[in-house]
Design a protein around this ligand. Structure first.
Ligand code: HEC
Ligand code: HEC
Length: 370
């Protein structure tokens, strides 16, 4: 019986492996079509399309996304190698609204809502950001603002990642509107626009008294401040900056915008200060009179020891100051003079306790000369 059992078990084994083989064969047979999927291979032809090409030509009228011609004005802002002074597309009210929104998100931390360069982080010690209401920036072409956003400038980072070219232009247009708003008169407001007094807005929105006072630009603040405390440094006088400048105008813009019917954007951005109490608008930024001779004396006394009486400096250690205003801008110089450059090699000292705001204005008058 022992031998009989062996034979039986061998037959059983054979039967089992045959069944196993059958299962394998039948199941693989089922998957055959999945191994044979019709598809296109890159750079290889096909018989599927009549033209034999597997890569299909673009549908007529296809619009490129996030690309476009990198050499176009939209992307460069340059015309014949110079910053252009026009928009690559129409600055409609929608474009300005978009610009305002983007500006308020990306630029206000440093430039403030009104663009006077004393945003919150500047008040907390960051380099003074540019005041857009200076003669230089008011006469700067639109393409300049586009270029600064695209490439950054000095201590200002670039915004080319955060803002599409279209958005950068929208922000540039909005900055121009901010600038124009400072010289707006009643005549600029379209008929039928609702104009509210600051007092009424403040009462309705429960805003403090300081809201109704006109804001001061970085440049004009010093005149009222004592000589010993150079108010030009927002870092040393955060109270002045916060109570009379940055905090109220945003509310103004917001309140005005929300209470007017959506008219031309220029009217929306008209500072209520100009349209309220006084019928004659007072431009907030008045460029102070500068005494160039006094500025030269200040220069010779304080700066010439390093930057040389001729302003030629001692490159590469001490930079020349000839043409420095065009190169880095007045705001930068103001900042450098008040805070110094402690990280410089050698460091440049701060003149905050030596020079008043008037002194610095006169000094800038001198540095502006050829
Ligand atoms: C982190 C702070 C910061 C932010 C945010 C910022 N800026 Fe600036 N910006 C500066 C500083 C600082 C300067 C002065 C740079 C210098 O002169 O070195 C400046 C200068 C400028 C200037 C003056 C250029 C000139 O010719 O002097 C323009 C225009 C400008 N910024 C536009 C913008 C716009 C538009 C935005 C928002 C998209 C923006 N900035 C966001 C810090 C900032
Ligand atoms: C003790 C020497 C010294 C004195 C005094 C001095 N500076 Fe400077 N200044 C420097 C040095 C060094 C640098 C370059 C620092 C660096 O960037 O590393 C510099 C840089 C500058 C810059 C260039 C900033 C830039 O962004 O390119 C300006 C503007 C400037 N100084 C203005 C002045 C003015 C105005 C005075 C007088 C009120 C003055 N400096 C006095 C040493 C001095």
């Amino acid at each position: 019986m022992r031998g009989g059992f062996k034979i039986q078990s061998r037959i059983l084994l054979n039967a089992l492996s045959l069944a196993g083989l059958l299962i394998v064969l039948t199941t693989t047979g089922c998957r055959q079509d999945m191994h044979d999927q019709p598809k296109f291979f890159p750079q290889r032809g096909t018989t599927f399309y009549a033209d034999g090409r597997s890569i299909r030509p673009q549908v007529t009228g296809t619009v490129a996304r996030s690309q476009g011609d990198p050499a176009s004005y939209l992307h460069t802002g340059m015309i014949d190698g110079k910053e252009g002074d026009m928009m690559p597309f129409a600055a409609t009210a929608d474009v300005l609204a978009r610009g305002q929104e983007r500006y308020n998100i990306y630029c206000t931390p440093c430039h403030s809502r009104v663009g006077n360069g004393i945003g919150m982080i500047v008040q907390r010690g960051y380099y003074p950001a540019a005041d857009f209401h200076t003669l230089r920036l008011e006469s700067a072409p639109l393409g300049h603002f586009f270029a600064v956003m695209t490439n950054g400038l000095g201590t200002m980072p670039d915004y080319s990642q955060q803002l599409t070219p279209e958005d950068r232009w929208a922000v540039a247009a909005y900055i121009r509107a901010l600038q124009l708003s400072q010289h707006a008169t009643r005549a600029d407001i379209p008929a039928g626009t609702r104009v509210e007094k600051l007092k009424d807005i403040a009462a309705r929105e429960g805003l403090p008294d300081s809201f109704t006072k006109p804001w001061t630009a970085l440049q004009t603040a010093p005149q009222t401040a004592p000589q010993t405390a150079p108010a030009a440094t927002p870092i040393t006088t955060p109270q002045t900056a916060s109570s009379t400048t940055t905090t109220q105008p945003p509310a103004t813009t917001a309140a005005t915008a929300s209470s007017t019917t959506k008219q031309a954007a220029a009217a929306e951005h008209t500072p209520a200060a100009a349209t309220s109490e006084a019928d004659t608008p007072k431009p907030v930024h008045t460029s102070p009179k500068r005494d160039v001779a006094a500025g030269q004396a200040i220069y010779l006394k304080n700066c010439s020891i390093c930057h040389q009486p001729t302003r030629a400096g001692m490159p590469p250690v001490i930079p020349a100051l000839i043409g420095i205003v065009d190169k880095v801008g007045e705001d930068r110089i103001r900042g450098v003079v008040t805070t110094g450059i402690p990280t410089g090699k050698p460091p440049m000292p701060s003149f905050a306790d030596k020079l008043s705001a008037d002194d610095i204005n006169n000094l800038l008058g001198f540095l502006n000369t050829k």
